[in-house]
Every structure is written in structure tokens, then in C-alpha cells.
Design a protein around this ligand. Structure first.
Ligand code: AMP
Length: 575
């Protein structure tokens, strides 16, 4: 029986997304939200205006049959922009569920996801209408598409599609219930008070990339979302404040753009939303023009930005810090940001199931300047609200000594305990751990280091080789732009590593001769040998034009393993 306890005498209020919106509207009404549209045009709004339009949107959705507190899934197929931000706030605040769809997924995956989530209305960027029309016929649940633009833009883009291809134009125009966003919200006043919902209520839905098996839906609650956004804004995480201008390159269609849209509302910072143009030049220009102080994204983006910064010989003028995560970030990529441009780099780890931010690298009061400059080679310590452990194959906890490696387990306020639509019996019992499928070590200061995905580790002669460590070591060679290491079957050792390399082209000139390749291979292996054990070195290096990536920017190693399934290692290169 539970003992009676002395209750605190504090007001109780549910933690709700609408509270963030109302706060931003009250305290940061004039702070700017800047979007670059698919057309390249830059448009400006503010937290105050955005909040009013979010209320109009909620009223429009109600008129469309989405009742307050209904939990209905409302989907988006869109890049980062202010209208998408309005959906981020309006849909949860009215008690519906925002389901963000990743336009980089295959059609079949998207169709599966939309049907599984039973999305009824989908908001889509106008330039993605042809993509939407290819999906529409297969979608039973969807009854309305809303294009994120005004009536003129919609007419213009439909005409443009028709000129390109008449059938395409017609199929876009025939999307069920197609309407432009501005006409959709225009009839409504924006005068409404947000409902008081239970904080455990679902507010967001994001499916995992599903590299193996069907994608699985992670269903965030208001409580988990608000706590995650609060913790992510802390000084030892994104260090966000009202003095910042944040540019999330990480897309709003994947894991809530790392919580930035909500953290930004809490602190009232300027938000810069780049739309689909995330090449090095476009990013540099926008960061510079809008005075961004912080930007966040996956490593591939920083590769592009670094090249542009080197061409300009400077950084975007106010840029202070970059958060990187979502995939392994080689030191060869992150170090130059600090050494050449004086930008702080924070390396984090997370996953869809952890909302996503789990850890971030930040110095402590006792960290020396020298140690601070390489802190981002690890993945930082857990945020308040997240706990981490590593275990061996028998599930026994391993020491936190920076050496022992095992599967990373997590638990906390914003860690999933089940997937949307899964049986209740599959739920992780309270107090138990979520198994991440990542292999990591944890050092004496609780900093984690991700060694690999369990499935990507290479087992040679009964010992494990980290594919990430091989890639990082290869990237130290100046001619290596990108690298992927995969394990392939080997008659003697079980598996051996094959390294695939994308060369950095010097002025477009790439020497294709075998001799040049051999020289480069030897050079790469020599540099790698400085950072990894000799028996880890790949048995072969193959030069490729590009490497396949998943819809969320990670190396697609399943495809690579499939592609090189029949590759036979040259015997003379066996170590
Ligand atoms: P997703 O759920 O699609 O965001 O993918 C999560 C997975 O991405 C994690 O389980 C890791 O395998 C990987 N990941 C995330 N951040 C990092 C990082 N900083 N370094 C290496 N892998 C990462």
C-alpha cells in the first residue's frame, strides 16, 4: 500500500506544446522567423504572427473535421519553413498528432507509413506535388492535400507542371481535395484559446528509417516533447537563448529537427528555416545574411559548408557553433571548423526513439583548452533526463573506463517505450532500458563514444573491428572526401573489411590509371595505420563516384554489402 506523503503546495499545469506557443507569442512576439522558400524567395514573419496563424490553422482543421483532442494524425511532406512551423505548433496544440513524412523515403515506404498512421490530411510543399500525386492513388485514408503556398503560387506551379508534362499537371491538380494553404486558413479569425490536454497525450509521430523491416512509428507525447525541448536548450546542450539566431539544417521531417523548433519557442530566438536548398553556397549565404549564431545538421552538410567557407576564406560572420550528429562525424571533417575558423563544434548522439537528443559533447569547468579542442571526437555526456549504460552480450553492465565496449542502453523522459500500433505486451516495462543497437564505450566522465551500429561491426578472426574507426582513419588522408567500410565474408577470418572511397577531385581532374590508384591506396593505408591496429586495415580499397545514403543521411551499408556480396579479396593483400 502506498504511504501517505506530504504533498507540495505548487500549482500543477500539464506540460503542453501550446504553452511554448503562448509563451513565444507573449514574450517574443516581434522576434523574426525567416524562411527561404523552394523558389529561393526569402519571407519574414515573427513568433507573434506565427502564433496567430497557428490558431487560424487549428480552426481550419476543426472545420475540416479534426476535433479538438481527437488524436487524429495530420501529416506533412515538407522542408523547413514557417508554414511547416505553424503545423508544428497548431496540430499538437489542438490535440491532434503531427506526423512528419520524409520525402527522401521510397514510395513504397511512404505509402506503408501513411496507411499505418491513417493520415487524413497531408500538407505538402508545392514543388513536391508530383511526388504526392505518385502516392495519392495508393492512399485510402487521405482525403485532403493542402499545398504550402498561396493560390497564385499553386496556380503557377500547376501550370508549370502542365507545360513540362500535361499528364503530370493533370494528376497534380487531381490530388484529393487539393487546396492552397493560405485559402485554407484565410476564413478563420485566429481567436481561440488552446485546450487543456493531458500532458501524456500524443503530439508527434515520426517513423524510423526502416533500413531493416518495416518502418516503426515513434509517438512523442506533449510531456516528452516539452521536456526534451527544455533540456536541449540548456547551456551544455544547444546553449540557446533569445540572443541567438538558429538555423536548423536538420530537416523538420525527421525527428522534430532535433527539437529546435520547440526549443526556439521556449527561449524566443530568431529562427532561420532554409527550405530545400542546403548546398554549401546557399547555406553560407543564408547563414551570413541572417546572422546565424548556431546551426545544426548531419555531417554531410558540414562537408559542403566547409568547402564553401574555404573558398570564401572566412566563416559566416556571426556563426559561433555547430551541432553535428545523426551519423558518425570524422575528426578530419569537424577539426577544421575549430582550427581554421574558430567555430565551436558539438558532437551529439541520438535516435528517433530518443526524441532524438541523448548526449552532446561540451567542456566542463575542469576541461583543459587542449582537451576541449578534441572533445567532439567523442559523443558527449547524457543530457539531464537521459541515462545510459553499456552491457556485454549477456546483458552484464560494463565498466565506464573508456575502453570496454558493449551495446548502448538508454532510458529517460523522452525515450520511447513502444512503437505506434504495436502490441501493449511489447512495451518496455517502467524502469527498464531501451536497447539502441549501437555499440559504445563510456569513459570515467560519462562521455560516450559510438563505435558502430551492432550490424555494421566487422568480425574478423573472432575480434571486432569498428567500421566507423576505419572511415575516420581513412578521412585523415587529404584525397579522401568520403569513406565507407563494410565487412565481407572471408574464408579464413570470417569477415574482412573492404573500404570504399570517394576521392576529392582536384579541379575536376581525377587520374583513373591503376598505378595512380595503387599509389593512393598505399597512401591511405599508411595514414590509416597511424590510427588503427594493423590487422584492422582493409584488405582492399575501391574508388567509387559516390556512396549510397539513407533517407536520413546515413551511409547505406546494407546496399553496399549487397552490391559487393561477390567481391573476392585479392590474396596478396591479406594481412
Ligand atoms: P535515426 O533514428 O534515423 O535518427 O538513427 C539513429 C541512429 O543514427 C543511431 O542509432 C546511431 O546508429 C546513428 N547515430 C546518431 N548519431 C550518431 C553519431 N553522432 N555518430 C554515429 N552514429 C550516430
Amino acid at each position: 500500500m502506498q504511504k501517505a506523503f506530504l504533498s507540495g503546495l505548487m500549482m500543477e499545469q500539464p506540460l503542453l506544446v501550446s504553452e511554448i506557443l503562448s509563451h513565444a507569442q507573449r514574450c517574443h512576439a516581434s522576434t523574426e522567423i525567416v524562411s527561404r522558400l523552394w523558389s529561393g524567395e526569402i519571407v519574414r514573419t515573427s513568433w507573434g504572427e506565427m502564433a496567430k496563424r497557428s490558431a487560424q490553422l487549428a480552426q481550419a482543421l476543426q472545420a475540416e473535421g479534426v476535433d479538438i483532442g481527437s488524436g487524429k494524425r495530420i501529416a506533412t511532406l515538407a522542408w523547413n519553413g514557417a508554414r511547416h512551423l505553424e503545423l508544428y505548433y497548431a496540430v499538437p496544440s489542438m490535440g491532434a498528432v503531427l506526423h512528419t513524412l520524409n520525402p527522401r523515403l521510397f514510395h513504397a515506404q511512404l505509402i506503408y507509413i501513411i496507411q499505418h498512421a491513417e493520415d487524413e490530411i497531408i500538407f505538402v510543399d508545392p514543388h513536391l506535388l508530383p511526388f504526392a500525386s505518385a502516392l495519392d492513388r495508393a492512399l485510402g485514408s487521405v482525403k485532403k492535400w493542402v499545398a504550402l503556398c498561396d493560390a497564385n503560387e499553386l496556380t503557377g506551379i500547376l501550370a508549370q507542371f502542365s507545360v513540362q508534362n500535361n499528364a503530370l499537371g493533370l494528376s497534380c491538380a487531381a490530388l484529393k481535395g487539393l487546396q492552397d494553404y493560405e485559402s485554407f486558413i484565410a476564413p478563420f479569425s485566429g481567436e481561440m484559446s488552446w485546450p487543456e490536454l493531458p500532458e501524456q497525450m500524443a503530439c508527434g509521430l515520426c517513423y524510423t528509417s526502416g533500413t531493416t523491416g518495416d518502418p516503426k512509428g515513434v509517438l512523442y507525447s506533449h510531456r516528452s516533447t516539452v521536456l526534451h525541448a527544455l533540456a536541449s536548450a540548456l547551456p551544455d546542450v544547444k546553449n540557446l537563448s533569445a540572443r541567438d539566431a538558429a538555423l536548423p539544417v536538420v530537416p523538420m521531417f525527421h525527428v522534430n529537427a532535433w527539437g529546435i523548433p520547440y526549443s526556439a519557442g521556449i527561449v524566443g530566438c530568431k529562427l532561420i528555416l532554409p527550405g530545400p536548398r542546403v548546398d554549401g553556397d546557399s547555406l553560407f549565404e543564408l547563414l551570413d545574411l541572417e546572422g546565424a549564431t548556431l546551426t545544426v545538421g548531419v555531417p554531410t552538410i558540414w562537408m559542403l559548408l566547409l568547402e564553401t567557407m574555404r573558398q570564401h576564406g572566412r566563416k559566416p560572420f556571426k556563426l559561433e557553433r555547430i551541432s553535428v550528429g545523426g551519423a558518425a562525424c570524422p575528426p578530419a571533417l569537424s577539426d577544421p571548423f575549430i582550427q581554421e575558423f574558430g567555430i565551436e563544434v558539438n558532437h551529439g548522439w541520438g535516435m528517433t526513439e530518443t526524441s532524438p537528443v541523448g548526449s552532446l559533447s561540451k567542456p566542463r569547468n575542469t576541461t583543459s583548452t587542449v582537451a576541449a579542442s578534441t572533445l567532439h571526437h567523442r559523443h558527449g555526456r547524457p543530457l539531464f533526463g537521459v541515462q545510459m549504460e553499456i552491457v556485454d552480450e549477456q546483458g552484464r553492465a560494463l565498466p565506464h573506463d573508456g575502453k570496454a565496449t558493449g551495446e548502448l542502453l538508454v532510458k529517460g523522459h523522452w525515450v520511447a517505450n513502444n512503437y505506434f500500433g504495436a502490441h501493449k505486451e511489447n512495451a518496455i516495462p517502467p524502469g527498464e532500458w531501451f536497447h539502441t543497437g549501437d555499440v559504445a564505450n563510456i569513459d570515467t566522465e560519462e562521455n560516450i563514444q559510438i563505435i558502430d551500429r551492432t550490424k555494421d561491426m566487422i568480425k574478423s578472426g573472432g575480434e571486432w573491428i569498428s567500421s566507423i574507426a576505419l572511415e575516420n582513419a581513412a578521412m585523415e588522408h587529404p584525397e579522401v572526401q568520403e569513406a565507407a567500410a563494410i565487412g565481407l565474408p572471408h574464408p579464413k577470418w570470417g569477415e574482412r573489411p573492404l573500404l570504399l572511397v570517394v576521392r576529392r577531385e582536384r579541379g575536376g581532374e581525377v587520374d583513373e590509371s591503376d598505378q595512380a590508384n595503387d599509389v593512393l591506396t598505399q597512401g591511405i593505408l599508411a595514414i590509416m595505420a597511424k590510427n588503427v591496429a594493423r590487422w584492422w586495415l582493409p584488405n582492399a580499397v575501391i574508388f567509387v563516384q559516390s556512396l549510397p545514403r539513407t533517407a536520413t543521411g546515413k551511409l547505406y551499408k546494407i546496399t553496399l554489402r549487397d552490391q559487393y556480396r561477390d567481391f573476392i579479396f585479392p590474396p596478396e593483400q591479406l594481412p
